[in-house]
Design a protein around this ligand. Structure first.
Ligand code: SF4
Length: 433
């Protein structure tokens, strides 16, 4: 079966739509009332969360680029039809070199009026409403949306000082796709206490039914991430029992990962972005100087095999290196017992690479097909955690919809279904709130 935007029955393919929207972004028809209907756009997570949160199909969360310069020529439009939100596509054939004629300046959302006579209906989507707790304040008076925010259905929180690749001693060493150093303090609260975090987690659990809290940070000179995270992780785990994820550069002492595991951290995520050694140095000079690519690979190997967290993720960004290289990175991660997290490169406003072109969906498709194939061949535990839908990336299980034969690996899928059911019951029995 050929994989494209529409399936043989004429329905949109949600997985392809999610992937193509990452690559092209979404323009906003004047019929939309996002100020009333949508979650506020919060630029966090290295800038990747700069888009509009939308739910495609049966609960496929996505964060669609809407403000970047290259969105101004997207064929995709968000339209409001009475109370329904729909995605339409301009019928003018999309040519990738449109970006050559656009000026990489300006800032959306790119509002306009869709010419429906020259467009086709693609799909009906849902816009998740902003949770009430976003506008609540913690006891210390901080706005909760500046402590943490939903990325799909899980809560993401930045903890610690500004990544030291951004200074004061690491100027110009930040990763070229990243804007974290600009966001912290402006979009996110730079100073937050453990109590601020716990109160926000509890509010998000109560109203948004989160199951997973993902806490991340950038580089600190000491690389002592156990010292940085232990008090906040312990407080969140002890007071909520929710699933806990750690995303940080490799710890200076790998033995600390055993302490994280004993504390109850479920998932560790290590982001090396590209496996091409030269590109690694060029894209992330601070990462290269402080840890090096090998440091990330060693940490993935150690956490996945010697410590044994529930899951370990090696994170890469497709679109920053040749697709063969991205596939090699996926192979490396899978062959070393971890699960790839594959982001699509988003040239975000303010990043050193903010004026680059976004990747082509035609190039991304084989990467994500390879990703799914390798996860299924290896029988990796994908899609097990209850109610964890991620808007910033294609989840591995979502990539099934990108396969020419989505019905392949029936036994593995049955095994995963069973694991998901058992793990969900285990989680429900232990969660404290
Ligand atoms: S390590 Fe790189 S991607 Fe991560 S916060 Fe620092 S500059 Fe950004």
């Amino acid at each position: 079966m050929e994989v494209g935007l529409f399936q043989p029955d004429g329905q949109a393919n949600p997985a392809y739509l999610k992937l193509d929207l990452y690559c092209k972004g979404l323009r906003i028809d004047e019929s939309c009332a996002l100020g009333d209907d949508a979650r506020e756009i919060i630029r966090n997570r290295a800038g990747l969360g700069s888009g509009l949160e939308v739910i495609i199909g049966q609960g496929m969360f996505t964060n669609i680029p809407v403000v970047e310069w290259w969105v101004q020529n997207s064929p995709y439009w968000l339209v409001k039809n009475n109370t329904r939100y729909e995605i339409w596509r301009d019928k003018t054939p999309f040519k990738y070199d449109v970006y050559d004629e656009l000026k990489p300046v300006g800032k959306g959302p790119w509002f306009g009026k869709l010419d429906r006579a020259n467009a086709e209906y693609v799909d009906t989507v849902r816009i998740p409403i902003e949770p009430k707790w976003y506008k609540q304040r913690t006891t210390s008076g901080k706005l909760m949306q500046r402590i943490g925010c939903l990325q799909g259905t899980y809560l993401g929180i930045y903890w610690g000082p500004r990544c030291q690749n951004w200074g004061p001693n690491g100027e110009n060493e930040y990763c070229k796709f990243c804007t974290e150093g600009q966001n912290l303090g402006s979009q996110e609260e730079a100073e937050k206490s453990i109590e601020d975090v716990v109160e926000t987690v509890l509010a998000a659990r109560r109203e948004s039914k989160i199951t997973f809290v993902h806490i991340n940070t950038g580089f600190i000179d000491s690389n002592d991430y156990w010292g940085l995270f232990e008090p906040v992780m312990r407080a969140v785990k002890e007071r909520t029992g929710l699933l806990l994820g750690l995303q940080a550069p490799p710890d200076a002492d790998f033995e600390n990962y055993r302490k994280f595991k004993a504390l109850g951290v479920n998932n560790v995520s290590l982001c090396f972005e590209v496996i091409d050694e030269e590109l690694f140095k060029e894209i992330g000079p601070g990462k290269a100087r402080r840890t090096g690519l090998q440091g990330y690979l060693d940490a993935i190997e150690f956490t996945a095999n010697d410590v044994g967290f529930d899951t370990v993720n090696g994170e890469i960004i497709a679109g920053l290196e040749p697709i063969e290289s991205s596939m090699r990175a996926i192979d490396w991660i899978v062959d070393h017992g971890a699960i790839p997290t594959v982001c699509v490169f988003r040239p975000v406003i303010g990043a050193a690479y903010g004026k680059r072109k976004p990747p082509r969906v035609e190039d991304m498709l084989p990467v994500f097909q390879h990703f799914y194939k390798r996860c299924m061949e290896k029988g990796l535990p994908i899609g097990i955690a209850p109610n964890v839908k991620v808007s910033l990336i294609m989840l591995p299980e979502e990539c099934r919809g990108l396969m020419p034969n989505p019905d392949a690996w029936p036994l593995t899928r049955a095994k995963l279904w069973l694991m998901r059911t058992i793990f969900g019951a285990w989680f429900n029995a232990r969660v404290k709130v």
